[in-house]
Design a protein around this ligand. Structure first.
Ligand SMILES: C[S@@+](CC[C@H](N)C(=O)[O-])C[C@H]1O[C@@H](n2cnc3c(N)ncnc32)[C@H](O)[C@@H]1O
Length: 453
């Protein structure tokens, strides 16, 4: 076995050379941290994503190996301040203010004048983030945007943001996601340990913090949470747009279906997954189901993107609670995208059972969710299309691969007692509700296809 430190450094060197060569081929250089993020094909190229994951996995493991364990844990334990600081800057629109400034940025006194927050507080929050490469301190107490912070901007002018705070997250998916983590997730995480020790005391840690028996979805429907519901919709749509569309097109595989066969998108929010599938298979019929607020938002979304779909009846938006009997019988495909991970096994079972009761003999159930992966080798995944992690990396590439999804798993646990599931979990969940797991296609989101038993 070769020296693990040397092997980590070698991965970093060889993969960085691959990344640089890919950019050089396009007469470009790997973007620096100082320049704002510019979306482009190289940023989202799947092969290059894997290269980036390997570099991050190796660099993170190198840090974990060489850093003093005391310093490592002293940094890990107060990680909640990362959420809190990000939440604060997004809340008071600092990324939007800096977005209108020159590349040199602004002094904290200028940020204070626009936000109304004490400049000394702003300086400390900004320095905490700049120490972690989010924003750049160009001179003492002067901060500008960089590659990471530039993604925190919202989609409206400062005047619009201030005039209509309820709608401030509209069309700003990334700021919405960041703010959501720093809001309900951060607050609820404070009760996670208490909840885990006595999980029967409340549906989830979220309920203990917000003193409500309601599921977060029903709580979001309360009038005082309208801004949060809007933020959730914006975040969900943007997050979903980042997934390669082929996942959904191949997963539904409408080419094997007859014209006018029905596809039901359960818990579909505004229907952004349906829009992708409908573009690929316009001959099919679609029903998007969700709770009322999401369906109302969906009406606006379809009016803007594809009004004919609704007017012609090819796409129907339907208020439906998936804990009640499914009204669309014998659909060709029932699909759920990032829905099942929101629910405990008990609740997920009820959702799948209602679909099984409505299914016909040739109906399919397709679940798009992440596949939880062990940090060591998983014999169940042999034969699947996963690139093997090189020595000495963790089998799931650690934070370079599953970092966000393991965080999402704890987010599901904290907010809803939901979970990301392994392949075994999905097999078992399906079987209990009368569905046989027929195919698993790994990807940025994994496609689990079930057939009626
Ligand atoms: C994580 S989001 C996924 C949205 C959508 N599938 C997508 O990928 O964009 C979960 C969705 O489940 C919906 N939902 C929650 N409880 C529901 C219920 N009881 N019946 C129907 N939909 C529900 C939420 O409103 C939300 O839109």
């Amino acid at each position: 076995m070769c020296d693990s430190l040397r092997a980590l450094v070698d991965i970093i060197c060889s993969e960085t050379a691959i990344l640089q060569a890919a950019y050089a081929k396009q007469s470009a250089e790997v973007p620096t941290l100082d320049a704002p993020f510019e979306p482009g094909p190289l940023e989202f190229d799947p092969a290059l994503s894997h290269v980036r994951h390997l570099i991050v996995a190796a660099a993170a493991q190198l840090i974990a190996t060489v850093q003093s364990p005391i310093e490592f844990l002293q940094l890990a334990a107060p990680a909640m301040f990362e959420s809190a600081a990000l939440g604060f800057v997004v809340d008071v629109n600092i990324p939007d203010i800096l977005g209108t400034a020159s590349p040199q940025g602004l002094h904290v006194k200028e940020l204070s004048a626009t936000t109304g927050i004490d400049s000394a507080y702003i300086a400390r929050i900004m320095r905490y983030l700049a120490t972690r490469h989010i924003f750049k301190e160009t001179a003492p107490n002067v901060f500008s945007h960089n590659r990471l912070s530039s993604l925190l901007k919202k989609a409206k002018s400062l005047e619009q943001l201030k005039a209509d705070p309820k709608r401030r997250f509209d069309d700003a998916p990334f700021a919405s996601i960041i703010h959501g983590f720093a809001d309900e997730s951060l607050a609820s995480s404070a009760m996670l340990s208490s909840w885990l020790k006595q999980p029967l005391q409340a549906p989830a840690a979220f309920n203990m913090v917000y003193k409500t028996p309601k599921k977060m979805w029903d709580w979001l429907e309360e009038p005082s949470n309208e801004w949060r519901a809007r933020r959730f919709t914006a975040g969900m749509k943007g997050g979903a747009d980042m997934f390669p569309q082929d996942i959904f097109i191949n997963g539904i595989d409408g080419s094997t279906l007859k014209a006018d066969d029905i596809i039901v998108d359960i818990g579909g929010s505004i229907g952004s997954a349906t829009l992708v599938v409908k573009k690929a298979f316009p001959q099919l019929r679609y029903v998007v189901q969700d709770l009322e607020k999401q369906i109302v938002a969906g009406q606006k979304f379809w009016e803007q993107t594809d009004p004919d779909a609704i007017n012609s009846g090819r796409v129907q938006l339907q208020v439906h609670d998936f804990f009640t009997p499914q009204p669309i019988q014998r659909a060709a495909v029932y699909f759920l995208r990032v829905v099942i991970h929101d629910w405990s096994d008990e609740d997920a079972h009820k959702i799948l059972l209602h679909l099984r009761n409505a299914a016909g003999p040739s109906s399919k159930l397709v679940i798009f969710d992440s596949l939880a992966r062990y940090t060591c080798e998983d014999p169940n995944l042999e034969g699947f299309d996963f690139p093997k992690a090189p020595y000495p990396l963790l089998a799931n590439l650690g934070i370079g691969g599953e970092g966000f999804f393991t965080a999402l798993d704890l987010n599901m646990m904290t907010l809803f007692n939901g979970k990301e599931r392994t392949q075994d979990d999905f097999t078992h969940l399906g079987k209990e509700a009368g569905w046989k797991l027929d195919r698993v296609k790994p990807g940025m989101l994994t496609t689990f296809t079930f057939l009626p038993i």
